[in-house]
Design a protein around this ligand. Structure first.
Ligand SMILES: NC(=O)c1ccc[n+]([C@@H]2O[C@H](COP(=O)([O-])OP(=O)(O)OC[C@H]3O[C@@H](n4cnc5c(N)ncnc54)[C@H](O)[C@@H]3O)[C@@H](O)[C@H]2O)c1
Length: 341
């Protein structure tokens, strides 16, 4: 059984990826500092798969701890690096925290894997690197635009650091996955998204409004040049996204990658407007959502959705779940959360 390190493995996308890795027979070691997650996620993962992953509570900003971790686990066959801070607004308020947490941690990891035989590395990047792309759907060849926030910039810089490293350290095999908008939860409702404080993303805000945690959802702008005037995004079920990591990892482990650094979009290829997401939620839960139309929010791109041809044809991966599936799962998870709290 190949042993894989998943950093940020107790977070939203990381936890679902750990489940998919374990389901495929991988041995998983998680590093997480619990800065944006809860130790209970470990029990959630274990109760889904029947196997407890190894867990090390380490802050990846502590370089000496990263070094000792790699000394202890010399048999790693791959690393999936999710750990990062991800709140766009907070990154504007506190840029150095974001540069330190998202860049230093990446460098410390790369310095360790630079000496490994099986240096297979998957990086969590984001469609934010495209900004408002001039052509839709967005292919991987679309230009990277000046980042709108320090968070977005950490993803661009992160990709550049990996690309530069791959150019000289030929043992490193890396893939950056540019996620579109991950939503949903595991169908067991044992793991899902755990937003701390006011959710930054649409779907947890919808489910929290429906469950009474928030009074009302604001839809920021209905006068954009889109069919219904609201912004359009590509919402991808987190389990589909998790599976993309397993497939990308196997590509590196099987050495089927023609170049030691590759980039793939991970989305559904379909754009959905904010109002379509609300309608989907109302349809699958059979209830009305309390929302109002508010002013546009600065920095929001009008529309972004992926051209997934490369991931479909080269990785052999395709999203399986619909928006309705994801909304149903997000709602079941929200109800489970409320039951526990
Ligand atoms: N969720 C999204 O919408 C989205 C979109 C595009 C890209 N991404 C990227 O995907 C990755 C995972 O996102 P997520 O939504 O699962 O976020 P998350 O916050 O749920 O998970 C990140 C995990 O990393 C941990 N972590 C953060 N800093 C750490 C450190 N210094 N040491 C150890 N652990 C640390 C946190 O405790 C958390 O459990 C991030 O890199 C994020 O930037 C997320």
């Amino acid at each position: 059984m190949a042993k894989i390190l998943v950093t940020g493995g107790l977070g939203f996308i990381g936890s679902h990826t750990v489940v998919e890795l374990q389901n495929e027979g991988f041995d998983v070691v998680i590093i997480d500092d619990l800065s944006n997650s809860s130790i209970e996620v470990l029990s959630g993962i274990t109760s889904i798969t029947g196997t407890a992953p190894i867990f090390e509570q380490i802050d990846l900003k502590e370089k000496d701890k990263v070094q000792s971790f790699f000394k202890k686990h010399q048999d790693l066959q791959g690393i999936i690096h999710f750990a990062a801070s991800k709140a766009v607004g907070e990154s504007v308020e506190n840029p150095l925290l974001y540069y330190e947490n998202n860049i230093n941690t990446l460098i410390y990891l790369l310095k360790e894997i630079q000496n490994m035989n099986a240096a297979n590395f998957i990086f969590s990047s984001s469609c934010t690197v495209y900004g408002q792309a001039s052509t839709l759907p967005i292919t991987e060849n679309a230009p990277v635009m000046k980042a709108e926030s320090p968070y977005g910039n950490t993803k661009q810089i992160g990709e550049e650091i990996i690309e530069d490293s791959c150019r000289v350290y030929h043992n490193i095999n890396a893939i950056s996955l540019r996620y579109f908008n991950p939503i949903g939860a595991h169908k067991s409702a044992k793991i899902g998204e755990l937003p701390i404080g006011i959710p930054q993303n649409l779907v947890p805000f919808i489910t929290q409004t429906a469950s009474g945690v928030r009074e009302q959802l604001s839809v920021f702008g209905d006068d954009y040049p889109t069919p219904d005037g609201t912004c359009i995004r590509d919402y991808i079920h987190v389990v589909d996204l998790a599976r993309a990591h397993v497939i990308a990892l196997k590509r590196l482990m099987n050495k089927t990658n023609p170049s030691n650094y590759e980039i793939f979009n991970v989305g559904t290829g379909t754009g959905s407007s904010v109002l379509e997401v609300i309608r989907s939620f109302e349809r699958v839960t059979d209830q009305k959502l309390n929302y109002k139309i508010a002013d546009r929010r600065s920095g929001d791109v009008i529309a972004a959705y992926a051209d997934t041809t490369k991931a479909n044809d080269v990785l052999g991966w395709k999203a399986q779940h619909t928006l309705d599936d994801a909304m149903r799962a997000a709602w079941t998870w929200e109800q489970q959360l409320r039951k526990n709290n």
